[in-house]
Design a protein around this ligand. Sequence first.
Ligand SMILES: [Zn+2]
Length: 644
Amino acid sequence: MYRIFFMLMVLFLFSESKAQNPFEEHYCSKANLKSSSFNPMMRSYARTADYDLKYYRFEWNIDPAQYYISGVVTPYFEVRESGFSEIYFDLSKAMTIDSILWHGQKLGFDQPAEYGLEIRFPADIDQNSLDSLSIFYKGVPPSSGFGSFIQTEHSGTPVLWTLSEPFGAQDWWPCKNGLDDKIDSIDVIVTTPEIYRAASNGVLISESQAVNGKKTYHWKHRHAITPYLVAIAVTNYEVYEDIVTFADGYEMPMVNYVYPESLTQAKVGTADNVRVLTFFDSLFVEYPFKNEKYGHAQFSWGGGMEHQTMSFVINYGWGLLAHELAHQWFGDYVTCGSWEDIWLNEGFATYLEGLSRERFPQSNNDWYNWKLSKINSVTSNTGGSVKVDNPTSVNRIFSGRLSYNKGSYLLHMLRWKLGDATFFEGLRRYLRDRKYDYATTDQLRGHLEHISGFDLTSFFEQWYEGQGYPTYNITWAGTSETLKLMIEQVPSHPSVSYYDIPIPLRLNGGGQTQNISIEITGRTTYVEVPADFEVENVLFDPELWLLAKSNVEYDESLLTSVAGTNEQKIRIYPNPVGEQLFIKGLTDQEIQYKIYLPGGQEIISGICDQNRQVIDTHVLVKGLYFIECAGPEKTDIFRFVKGE
Ligand SMILES: [Zn+2]
């Protein structure tokens, strides 16, 4: 999901001084949130855990000129427990149940609360059996969240769409309204006046002849789908297809349902989006719904929503289309397993939009400017975690600053820390492992740790659970042989004592440039780096790898000061390394070291029994390595790069 409106607001607000978190307020007021005492997290997970959804057939009658739905929904379910005498669904009490049929027999039911439908069977249904029932219902659905059921007009023509994320599926159909059971397969059959077309998930397998002025559109989707991604949109669409040709030559349609007045712009945007689709397909794993389609249906909500195989979008801008497309992998194929983990959807979709700009710049410095805008957004406030601390709040779940922008930068910093090859391979493994299912942040972390050999516990404590960001105050001075650096880190929020991530610096002098990376292991780090030339200036993070602020100053007094303030630290240098790598322990005790590849394969190991020891690194080929240094009191792992 992506709200254009709030993203523009963020940019606008940078020119304002220190408004008190106005982004969230505005977001709230625009979101038209349902105000009620209903707590969506209190839905009856416990009451729906005794069955597993296998299939739904949705048969709906929709006239986009009317705010109304009627139809029949037929879920197939497998019974998980013995003593199964009733079945429970989440459904708004505003929906009128006409009847519930089970093997030709009418069943009794209750709608006990604002949301809830209890259906009683005449006798227990056997454990492990597959059964089904049909719920005939109608009514005027409430519209919660971002507008779960909306009827309005575009250019004077009626349009009706649904957008259920996060809690709104239960407003308009009987469901399990949570993140615990994907429906394995669905058919969506919509009957509507013949002047309209209905768009939905999967493949359109039939469009009937008009009967009594109405047509029926039958969409079939044979992949697991979470309830909030089931969607319909109905209006006077124009339809066209782009063809996506994959690297293996396989062709798949990109099916576009467009307002007639938007046809020209749409064709430009979707043709561009085809390139992004094949890029994501090659960078991550195969497009997950390749045997069906990808597509867009236009709606008038202020952004986009990644309905599985059919994103709903307000327009055809590069960023919006890239974001919703990215969700087909991160959000739809693999879905966040709790609303606390929404960044697994939104942080990824935001980051993948950035990657699409890195790969296909849309303007000068597009990728750099994208990164800068994310840093500026996050650092506009000193607090806030990627982890959603109030998962009952729709505003907090979809916080643009935290779930989207800080989430995307968490990923960018992991990429910096792990290196491209390891980072992307870790993501591929995560996707393959969690395919068509739900995932947690711990599962993502596990894959990245396994592939990198890193313990990422502290990284996730600081950047996922912890709040804020660091400011680095860097002072430096150098001679033609040595560069001395004092790096002090000031966290913006007391929940994190210091942030554990190597910091990139660029050294310039005498027409030469050197990029180095400094491992930070505390609030203050003092390092001496052998210099190839006399440094004239030091730039902090010129490529914007880190979510941070910085101040860099020359301080001549460093030249005469003795070793810094963190004597207990093990240090390695230089980085990138050439023929020799130095370990400095600052104690007389031995340090055991081990150099290994990102996959964990050990290359060199040994023991330092002096303060300072040289490791011959000429045997290493160019690339990323890790060195584990086990001292008397602690073990440090450093990342370093072997240069030319
Ligand atoms: Zn999104």
